[in-house]
Structures are given as structure tokens and as C-alpha cells.
Design a protein around this ligand. Structure first.
Ligand code: NAD
Length: 382
């Protein structure tokens, strides 16, 4: 079966939904249905030429469509588990946005359902599919860096720097109790786990809420939308703006990461360095086509995507030659290529994408981070 014979239905019409739609279109996958508020589902269908429209957030009606094979869940976090469980029960494949759910108790239900299902469930940790991340993973697996000693990095953004910056993620009831770590820190943790081929075993965390109160508009706001501050109301903030996290992996590697959504000037900097006994590799999502290789006794190098030294391990997940940058939208495209090929092959291709157990583990890490910040001690990921 070719991936172009699979048909996708999208739940949600906000910031990330069009990223899914566009990536699928670039792969030749048909997007046959969209579900959201009645007005937004209609507008999205009009814009992208999607034939089936499911308003009133009626995802169950979309699941009844015979023209949808794979459901993409791009709704807010608190809806993921309910919508994923119903999709599996309806016999659909699922690509669920991260996080998989709001707490480990509910994501454990998805793990169980996904294990029984005949269909595939993937969690959208798309950062795995930047060619540089795949390249670093291959280098670590081959032993190019020697024995891995430690990992260091950050995920910094500034879109919530001001107290008038609002999004549903700021509210624990909508996005989960951990915001910066849950929303972007988990991308960092997942990418590092993927590169190392190891799982986080324990964490030590310090959380900081810079704005104890923020102002918000009265209605729903699309991510990154601007609103007039004069129309806003004040509310207490129950999620963190910043986190400093130490992580111990089950292969003995130690990592530390700073996570912030109030770091002026940083738009989307997921930066990490893998330090080994022979060499190190550093990468930043804001310069996604280059890896910096550090050596003590030889000159350092910059590896460029699409040139020798970068190509062979990642050839299937990069489409453009060197000098023609690939970035965030391409990582989604490559991620869906891996998922759809896995489905189309009858699960025969390598399982590179994050599955329900991976999504569940990320939620357990978040719970351990919260607990560690509360008790001021190392906490084992249960
Ligand atoms: N992988 C990534 O890089 C990435 C990036 C951004 C967001 N995300 C994830 O995607 C999800 C959505 O984030 P966003 O930034 O697009 O948010 P958003 O607020 O811009 O969009 C959310 C959409 O969900 C819709 N929605 C609300 N209630 C719904 C319901 N009951 N049923 C169906 N749809 C409903 C809203 O109308 C809106 O269209 C989040 O879980 C977020 O963590 C992932």
C-alpha cells in the first residue's frame, strides 16, 4: 500500500492544525475531513479544499466517516485522551499532538488501548525528525562520540514574556499543571532520549513563575494571536514560566536543561549538546541545518545537512540539497512520512516515532518534575 492511499481527518483548526494539513499535502496524503467549531471548520475546509466538515467539535461524527483512515488530534491538551481513545475504538490510526494527556493515570489508558488496537498511535514529537537529530542519534549509536558523558541544553521562547501574553496553556486546568516543561521541555527531553536511546530515570527540578498574575482576554484565542490589553481581565497564574531540570538517564548519562517561555529574543530555540569522551555535537533548532562537532585534539567541524557527513543516515528524511534550508514544517512532513509508511507497510518499517508508551513516559516525567520541585529532592520516574 502507498501512503497516498491513506486519508486523514484533522481535529482542531488553530496554530498547529495547518502545519499537519500542509505537511500531509506535501506527502501526497489526502486530507478528507476537518473537525472544529462550526465556523472554524468551515473556514479551514474552504481554505484547504477539504471535502468533509464536522462542526460543533463533533469528532465522533468524523470518526464515523469511511473516508478517514488516520485521525490527527490538534485540539488543546485536555481533550487528547478522550479523542484518542474514541479514535482507536473506531478503528482509526491516530497522530496525537503532545502531550498525550493531562496526567499519567489517563495516559496509561491510552497505552493499554493502543497495545490492543490493530491500528497505530503516534505522539507528535516531531523534533525527532529534524535530520540533525536523526544524524546525532546515528552518531551516538555508532560510537562516533565515544562514551557519552553528559548532555546540556535549553528550550527557550519569549512569546509569554509579558503579563498580557495569554494562551490556554497558561491555565493548569486547560494545558496541565506544568506549562513550560510540559509544552516545550518535553520536546527537549524526548529528542535527547531519542538520540541517546535511553529513558529518563530520575529528575531534580526547580520551577519559577515570573508573572504571579497575568491578564487575559475574555474569549478563546488562537496561539500567537495578538489581543488589545485594554479588553483584558487579571487572573492568578498556576503554571511555571521557567524551569531548571537535572535528569538522570537509565544508561547513566546525566543531563541538564533550562526551559523558559519568557526568554527575550529567543523565538524557538531547542538547543542541545551531547558530550562524549571522543567528541561533542551541538545543535539548535533555530539553525536546524547545521551540527557543530567539537574535538579536543583536532579542529572542530560544522556538518551541513545535504552534504557528506550528514547524508547517509538521514537520506530518507531530507528532501532538499545542501544550502536549501529545511526547518520546522519539514520536521512534521518527515515525521508523518515515517508514521504513514509504518502504517502502509503493515508496521514493517523501523519504529522511529514516539508511541503511546513514549507519550505516557513523558507525562510521568512531568509528574516527577512537579513532585521534585515541591519536595526539593531527586524523584524517580515511577
Ligand atoms: N508538535 C508541535 O510542535 C506543536 C506545536 C504547537 C502546538 N502543539 C500542540 O497542539 C495542540 C494545539 O495547540 P495549538 O497551538 O494549535 O492551539 P490553538 O489554541 O491554536 O488551537 C487549538 C484548536 O483546537 C480547537 N478546539 C477547542 N476545543 C475543541 C474540541 N472540543 N474539539 C475539537 N477542537 C477543539 C480550537 O478551536 C482550536 O482550533 C496542543 O496540544 C499543543 O501542545 C504541538
Amino acid at each position: 500500500m502507498s501512503i497516498t492511499s491513506l486519508r486523514a481527518g484533522i481535529i482542531g483548526t488553530g496554530f498547529i492544525a495547518p502545519v499537519h494539513i500542509e505537511a500531509l499535502r506535501r506527502l501526497g496524503v489526502q486530507v478528507t475531513a476537518v473537525c472544529g467549531s462550526t465556523a472554524n471548520a468551515q473556514a479551514t475546509a474552504d481554505k484547504w479544499g477539504i471535502p468533509e466538515i464536522y462542526g460543533n467539535y463533533d469528532y465522533r461524527a468524523m470518526y464515523a466517516s469511511p473516508n478517514v483512515d488516520v485521525v490527527h488530534i490538534t485540539s488543546p491538551n485536555k481533550l487528547h485522551v478522550e479523542q484518542a481513545l474514541a479514535a482507536l475504538a473506531a478503528g482509526k490510526h491516530v497522530v496525537c499532538e503532545k502531550p498525550l494527556g493531562m496526567n499519567a493515570k489517563e495516559t496509561a489508558r491510552v497505552v493499554k488501548a493502543a497495545a490492543k488496537a490493530k491500528t497505530v498511535l503516534a505522539v507528535n514529537y516531531n523534533c525527532r525528525f529534524f535530520p540533525a537529530i536523526l544524524q546525532m542519534r546515528a552518531a551516538v549509536q555508532r560510537g562516533d562520540l565515544g562514551r557519552i558523558i553528559h548532555v546540556q541544553g535549553h528550550f527557550f521562547q519569549d512569546w509569554l514574556l509579558k503579563d498580557t501574553d495569554y494562551n490556554w496553556r497558561v491555565l493548569a486546568s486547560e494545558g496541565g499543571k506544568l506549562r513550560a516543561v510540559g509544552d516545550i521541555g518535553t520536546h527537549w527531553i524526548d529528542a535527547v532520549s531519542f538520540i541517546l536511546g535511553a529513558q529518563v530515570e530520575s529528575v531534580f527540578a526547580k520551577l519559577e513563575t515570573f508573572h504571579k498574575r497575568r491578564k487575559r482576554p475574555r474569549g478563546e484565542v488562537k496561539t500567537f494571536a495578538k489581543v488589545d490589553p485594554k479588553t483584558m481581565v487579571s487572573y492568578p497564574v498556576d503554571t511555571e514560566d521557567f524551569a531548571s531540570v537535572l535528569l538522570r538517564y537509565d544508561n547513566g548519562v546525566h543531563a541538564n536543561a533550562a526551559i523558559s517561555q519568557v526568554a527575550a529574543g529567543w523565538k524557538c530555540s531547542l538547543a542541545l549538546g551531547i558530550y562524549g569522551s571522543e567528541a561533542s555535537m551541538r545543535w539548535d533548532l533555530q539553525q536546524p541545518n547545521e551540527i557543530y562537532v567539537g574535538r579536543r585534539d583536532e579542529p572542530n567541524q560544522i556538518l551541513q545537512r545535504g552534504t557528506p557527513g550528514f547524508l547517509e543516515d538521514v537520506a530518507h528524511f531530507t528532501d532538499y540539497p545542501g544550502g536549501h534550508p529545511e526547518g520546522f514544517p519539514d520536521s512534521h512532513k518527515m515525521h508523518y512520512r515515517a508514521i504513514y509508511e509504518h502504517i502502509a507497510s503493515g508496521r514493517k518499517t523501523p519504529l522511529l516515532f514516539a508511541t503511546a508508551p513514549d507519550g505516557h513516559h513523558e507525562v510521568k516525567i512531568c509528574e516527577a518534575v512537579l513532585k521534585s520541585a515541591a519536595v526539593g529532592k531527586w524523584v524517580t520516574v515511577s
